[in-house]
Design a binder for this molecule. Structure first.
Ligand code: AHR
Length: 624
């Protein structure tokens, strides 16, 4: 494959290009990135997911029950767990965590709980293995009354547990109990990313940070839409003290605590240096009910309030509330109205009045915000006004590897956000697309040739980067203990050594890690495939860059490429990643090999090298 890259006549590229999409699916929020370790910490629930004492177990003759006391902890958390006992020695209860607890030597854990009722004495909190190894313990002197009191504790194990088969035990002497004692909002956090209170899991944040993402689409996906009225992702219930957050019936089969709320999403974006693409509810529920036109302003106003809360100064009602919570204003660059409103029958109302109502109101008050329509198809409907569109692509490798030129004829008037993409199945037989809900096997995790097909698609987006905002893989995370959607970018469970970056993660890391800020024209006489490439310059580092995917070759592919203005003797760093075609990353492991070498331009200025049959490469000349 021989090609040359010009030095003029290119186009500027999107400064975003690669980003993250997040919604709480697969216990990726609660039990995932949100670092809280106690499951069902505040007995939240509703008529979708009934309140229960699930994940709590009695110890030493105790009995556990739910109570709605006349003095609840708060209006948002009205239900607490009552403990009585007929034991005589040590009694109490334990939590099983999100399928176990991580025990890591040296970690400083911070815990707290609220108590009311008749306990007067010492309460021990202990991180204990299922075979009774006590890893860390704290003693809390409790003197409870009818009023709720919060107690705090810390502990730090000196040895790590070999797995996450551990529980958190709360015990006290039965003789210290008069009648009953009530508990609520029992919390335990390990160290968090950037040491934030109510913060996020360090290893998962580092895994995301390594992708150098530029935008954050949150809380994207179905979760922002809600199962049915009145359940939608109502941001007002996700901010403020945890005692004021009632929880939300998530759309993926479990209750969301909303500990991971709007502010936490903004801090997540800030901590990873991403610009937010904020998803707002668009008056449509997953049961197919659209809010009538006469009532849509309620939801439009909620979105305006949400923006005022995030961006307004202290003279505004919602900005003042945010300030009172201790946060200065945030920047919001993008707002996406709804999610996949072209699916499920919501399209006609979206086009007729829902999207216009949001667009008009938001653009009038926030003219600098780019508004993204979720009703979108590159081949069909273009977004109205000057909105952008969110395009989702779940495909099989055969499809996606054919989409290198997919965006070539698109317009830059409505830049595209690829808000979700993934290869979700292997190529089989004559199948040309993913087989939704037919029982066709889904890939459990990303696999190498699928990840390379994604690279072809991503380079197709980069080649048209003046028409794009950027691309985000979806979903981000699979909790190996409870998941609804496979494959995902990361797999994890409570045991940190199980955290796995998928083969697709490696592709993004390579492509996102080196950014082209100006695409340059390529002269190439061949056909696209098995080699696919883009080339350009980076204005910050001054480097010349070529990015290449080799997909479905029968042997290594030789390359001979030259850049106008780069002469004989110039040196380039070549990095390529490769794995066996069908390989997947094992839990906690990695099969993707990274090869780096230096390539020197020949007498005629050409860089000559070979790439394997399924591989993704970046060649960079003159990076500073
Ligand atoms: O990413 C999983 C789901 O796929 C999202 O919730 C939805 O937007 C899409 O259909």
């Amino acid at each position: 494959v021989t090609f040359s890259v010009g030095s003029t006549g290119g186009n500027a590229t999107s400064p975003y290009q690669y980003g993250l999409m997040f919604e709480d699916i697969n216990n990726s929020g609660d039990g995932g990135v949100y670092a809280e370790l106690i499951q069902n910490r505040a007995f939240q629930g509703n008529d979708v997911y009934p309140r229960s004492t699930a994940y709590w177990n009695p110890l030493g003759g105790a009995a556990l029950s739910l109570k709605n006391l006349s003095t609840p902890l708060s209006a948002a958390l009205p239900t607490s767990m009552q403990v009585t006992t007929n034991g005589t020695g040590t009694t109490g209860f334990s939590n099983v965590g999100f399928w176990g607890f991580p025990v890591v030597a040296g970690w400083e854990y911070k815990g707290s709980f609220y108590v009311s009722g008749g306990l007067d004495g010492n309460l021990t909190v202990c991180l204990t293995s299922n075979d009774n190894v006590e890893y860390a313990e704290a003693s809390v002197e409790v003197s409870s009354s009818d009023a709720w009191t919060q107690y705090n504790y810390t502990f730090s194990p000196t040895v790590s547990a070999p797995n996450s088969n551990n529980t958190l035990n709360f015990t006290f002497a039965a003789s210290d109990l008069t009648g009953a004692v009530n508990f609520n909002l029992l919390s335990l956090f390990p160290p968090t990313y950037n040491n934030r209170e109510n913060g996020l899991r360090i290893d998962l944040m580092e895994g995301m940070g390594a992708l150098k993402p530029s935008f954050f689409r949150a809380p994207g996906g179905n979760n922002v839409e809600g199962l049915r009225e009145p359940y939608w992702w109502n941001w007002t219930q996700t901010v403020g003290p945890l005692v004021d957050r009632p929880g939300y019936p998530g759309t993926w089969g479990y209750e969301n605590t909303d500990g991971l709320g709007l502010i936490e999403y903004m801090l997540w974006a800030q901590d990873l240096d991403m610009d937010i693409s904020l998803s707002v509810h668009a008056g449509y529920f997953l049961d197919g009910v659209a809010v009538p036109e006469s009532e849509i302003q309620t939801y439009v106003q909620a979105a305006l309030d949400q923006l005022e809360f995030l961006t307004g100064d202290a003279s505004t009602t919602w900005g003042a509330y945010r300030e009172s919570l201790g946060y200065g204003p945030f920047v919001v660059n993008f707002v996406e109205v709804g999610n996949e409103d072209s699916l499920g029958g919501g399209g006609p109302t979206y086009a007729a009045y829902r999207f216009p109502a949001f667009y008009n109101a938001i653009s009038a008050k926030y003219p600098d915000i780019t508004i993204i329509a979720s009703y979108y198809d590159v081949d069909g409907a273009t977004p109205p006004y000057n909105a952008s569109g969110d395009f989702h692509e779940y495909a099989i490798p055969r499809q996606m590897s054919n989409q290198f030129t997919y965006f070539d004829n698109y317009t830059s008037a409505h830049p595209i956000l690829i808000g979700e993409y993934a290869i979700i199945e292997y190529d089989t037989g004559v199948q040309t697309g993913p087989q939704w809900n037919t029982g066709a096997p889904r890939a459990f995790v990303p696999f190498w040739y699928g990840s390379v097909a994604e690279a072809v698609f991503l380079l197709g987006a980069e080649r048209n980067s003046d028409k794009m905002i950027g691309a985000a893989y979806a979903p981000g995370f699979q909790n190996l203990n409870r998941w609804q959607w496979i494959p995902d970018l990361f797999e994890f469970d409570a045991y940190p050594a199980h955290t796995t970056m998928s083969t697709s993660w490696h592709v993004i890391q390579l492509l996102s890690g080196t950014r082209i800020s100006e695409n340059l024209p390529i002269t190439y006489d061949g056909v696209w495939g098995p080699a696919f490439f883009v080339a350009g310059r980076n204005a910050v580092t001054g480097s010349h860059i070529a990015k290449i995917a080799v997909y479905n070759a029968t042997a290594s592919v030789p390359f001979d490429l030259s850049f106008d203005g780069v002469g004989a003797g110039a040196t380039a760093n070549l990095t390529y990643i490769v794995a066996p075609m069908n390989a997947t990353n094992p839990i906690g492991g990695n099969v993707v090999e990274t090869h780096t070498s230096m390539v020197t331009a020949m007498h005629n200025g050409s860089f000559v090298f070979e790439l394997p049959e399924y591989s993704v490469a970046v060649l960079e000349i003159g990076a500073q």
